[in-house]
Write a protein that binds this ligand. Structure first.
Ligand SMILES: [Zn+2]
Length: 277
């Protein structure tokens, strides 16, 4: 289903936000792996977590995605794929295509303004994210690290808001109208450094912060398809992935850092759900 809603903050005009879900039922089967990805822009999910999304689904789990902005200030493509004013709509369509490739069953685009996420009202976005967490009931939430991987202000902001919401979702005193409290078992961050830089220069097992090094080679083709689904962002995808001599390796490994969660027997772990079941 698709529900449209307008949202305004920081004195800016409202932009249209899509709340899109192919399955509104809570994912509450206790033994099913449930992964919630929370990112800032369409394409973040494919760049950082396409492989783990595919792998989780292939293993019988479910993956949900919450994207805070439609990325309306992103690149238009070369030649431009659309007018600037259409980019939010186009990028949301690209996101839906990528999620279809990845098997992500629940997608929410919150509709905050690209590049202005840091000034989103904390109470409003806390409520939105708590609602998502209490609906999806994930054991694992993955988002940007506190420095946003590359210090992008929206990436830093969504990391902050996600940590806030993960804590609030576990506290029944917050938003009792949004359902039963849910304690996430693990919060995972992207690495403090860009994963493609790690893969170029070192063994990821030696990289501080690479607490999870995931073999997603079986899903490299689908990661490539998801990246290409973000057609307006093709210049970035080519620069990061497709023009690199080690593109096969770049598409075959994903890495995360443990923010909190069950202690790891070994670092790096090979499974983002290690120690949870
Ligand atoms: Zn981004």
């Amino acid at each position: 289903m698709v529900r449209q809603e307008g949202r305004t903050h920081a004195g800016s005009p409202a932009i249209t936000a899509a709340v899109i879900s192919s399955n509104e039922l809570p994912m509450t089967e206790p033994t099913q792996r449930r992964l919630l990805l929370v990112f800032a822009h369409p394409d973040d999910e494919s760049v950082f977590a396409a492989g783990v999304a595919c792998r989780t689904v292939a293993e019988g789990g479910r993956v949900a995605l919450c994207t805070a902005t439609p990325g309306e200030h992103g690149k238009l493509g070369h030649p431009p794929a659309c007018a600037r004013g259409d980019l939010a709509r186009v990028r949301q369509a690209e996101l839906m295509g990528a999620c279809g490739v990845l098997g992500i069953s629940t997608i929410r685009v919150l509709g905050y303004h690209d590049r202005l996420l840091a000034v989103a009202p904390a109470e409003t976005i806390r409520r939105q994210l708590v609602e998502v967490i209490r609906t999806v009931r994930p054991q694992v939430v993955a988002t940007f690290d506190p420095n946003g991987s590359n210090l992008h202000p929206d990436h830093v902001a969504i990391s902050r808001f996600t940590s806030d919401a993960v804590a609030a979702a576990a506290d029944a005193r917050w938003f009792p109208d949004l359902g039963a409290a849910h304690a996430v078992s693990r919060l995972a961050w992207t690495l403090p450094v860009r994963p493609w830089d790690v893969l170029r220069r070192t063994d990821p097992a030696l990289e501080p912060g690479a607490d999870f090094v995931l073999d997603v080679a079986a899903f490299a083709d689908r990661k490539a398809s998801a990246l290409r689904a973000h057609r307006t962002q093709h210049l970035s995808m080519e620069r990061i992935f497709f023009t690199k001599p080690n593109v096969a390796r770049l598409l075959s490994v994903e890495m995360f850092r443990q923010a909190f969660g069950p202690p790891l027997v070994a670092r790096p772990a090979a499974d983002l759900f290690a120690g949870i079941e």
